[in-house]
Design a protein around this ligand. Structure first.
Ligand code: TRP
Length: 453
């Protein structure tokens, strides 16, 4: 293994499997299982799904490869990466944008992960038994509006995230991601089978796969773009940071493709588990952030072994959230560590405390501070909206411009020659997308979504 350019203080993933597991672990999380179904429901189903898939293939995949390239070439945190590769230029502020997005995302992400922990406890104590869909709905709402317990679980989750990040990339991140992800996929497939055999399941599949593009709004298209970034962990330097830990012998293009496919499949599988059940149990598909937490307990109730499956599901959802949250925190930690020149432990504690404080207010904005809104959104929704629909697409825009225009063909070919063998045609297509298609599409969707046209 050639580790020539890597300074000895930086971590490197120990194997190719480790790289894929960590990157897929980052991508697969609450975005796939909680957020994707709920916003697909809000924006009307299949049409949203298809636009989302289009963005994944056309914009997500090339930008993921770009982030890996930037990270591996610079061997640095997001801010440092742009500083190294484009010295004395304003590019480094793209990195700063990423750090800000990371703080916002992890603030509300920790809240939802906390809900998942509470649902492990509810599963263990058999709290879903013989409750009607309406009762399960109010059980969720009453819980998230409380000021105490949700914050307790959220902080517990943040502490776990902190502990893993302190241990470091190699011992912390790789190990956890590798084993548990496959188990989660198996559980979701079992849920799929139960869901599509429910009475009335057809309507849910129709909702998810039969597009009616007239239902699509500008806001919906922007959300599909934002979620493509969110789900693939793009646009704020997570995969730049992880890329900086990838060895030169690894095939970046192949890894990017594998991670993109896996992430997208899991989102669709989660959709198949949820929408048939949504319709079978008469739940409103557009009911918002509670959709998964309200729908799945109904499914668990109606399946043999549901008690165990529900424990296992929420346990693994929490683990999936952890392998993502560590990748978000790592962006801030790597930045603090290398730019403020402080130790990993101190950097991690500092970042965790900062994010947890904002997070507590996100949690309170579901209940106590429900009425405090901006543009009609509470703090939780506002941070989600700004980060996913503004900061990540903007980050993606700059990353594509950076690779497409600033780097140029020679550097791209050089970086891709390490470990990958892309044909000249593919490289040309890649550059064309980054130069014109991705920035153009992002700019149009963004301005359109903000109502500029
Ligand atoms: N992709 C993760 C999920 O779907 C969340 C996540 C991790 C993320 N790193 C990110 C989102 C970076 C945006 C940017 O749950």
């Amino acid at each position: 293994m050639k580790l020539d350019k890597i300074p000895p203080v930086r971590d490197v993933f120990s194997s190719k499997m480790g790289v894929i597991a960590a990157a897929a672990g980052s991508a697969v999380g609450l975005g796939n299982i909680w957020k994707f179904p709920y916003i697909t429901g809000v924006y009307g189903g299949a049409a949203f799904l298809f636009v989302y898939l289009g963005f994944i293939a056309l914009i997500g995949l090339p930008i993921m490869l770009s982030e890996f390239m930037i990270g591996r070439k610079s061997r640095s945190n997001v801010f440092g990466a742009f500083k190294n590769l484009a010295p004395n230029s304003p590019w480094k502020y793209v990195g700063l944008l990423g750090v800000a997005a990371a703080v916002m995302i992890l603030s509300f992400y920790g809240v939802v992960a906390g809900w998942s922990i509470d649902y492990i406890v509810k599963s263990v104590t058999d709290s879903f038994a013989s409750k009607s869909p309406a009762e399960l709905g109010s059980m969720f709402t009453q819980f998230i509006e409380k000021p105490g317990l949700p914050i307790f679980y959220q902080l517990l989750f943040m502490l776990m995230t902190m502990a893993i990040v302190i241990i470091g990339v190699k011992d912390g991140i790789e190990k956890y991601a590798k084993i548990l992800m496959p188990v989660l996929i198996v559980i979701i497939i079992i849920l799929d089978i139960r869901a599509i055999t429910l009475d009335g399941a057809k309507e849910g599949l129709y909702f998810l796969f039969h597009p009616d593009f007239s239902k699509l709004t500008a806001d919906g298209v922007l959300s599909a773009l934002g979620h493509a970034f969110f789900s693939l962990s793009l646009g704020m330097g997570t995969l730049i940071t992880y890329g900086s830990y990838i060895g030169n012998q690894n095939n970046l293009a192949k890894i990017a493709l594998q991670v993109t496919v896996a992430d997208t499949l899991i989102a669709i599988l989660a959709g198949i588990a949820i929408f048939p059940a949504v319709f079978a149990f008469g739940i409103e598909p557009s009911s918002g952030p509670g959709l998964v937490f309200i729908t799945l307990p109904n499914v668990f109730q109606q399946m043999p072994g549901g008690f165990f499956f529900s424990i296992l599901f929420f346990l693994l959802l929490t683990v999936a959230a952890l392998t993502s949250s560590i990748s978000i925190l790592e962006v801030v930690v790597a930045y603090f560590r290398e730019e403020l020149k402080i130790k990993r432990t101190l950097a991690t504690i500092l970042a965790t405390v900062m994010i947890s404080i904002v997070g507590v207010f996100c949690s309170l904005s579901m209940g106590l501070f429900k009425e405090q809104t901006l543009f009609g959104l509470n703090l939780f929704d506002l941070l989600d909206w700004i980060s996913a629909n503004m900061l990540l697409p903007l980050g993606g825009l700059f990353i594509s411009l950076f690779i497409g225009w600033y780097w140029g063909r020679k550097s791209i070919e050089e970086e891709l020659a390490k470990g990958s063998k892309l044909s000249r045609g593919l490289i040309t297509a890649f550059i064309f997308v980054l130069k014109f298609i991705a920035p153009g599409a992002i700019a149009i969707v963004f301005l359109n979504g903000l109502g500029v046209f």
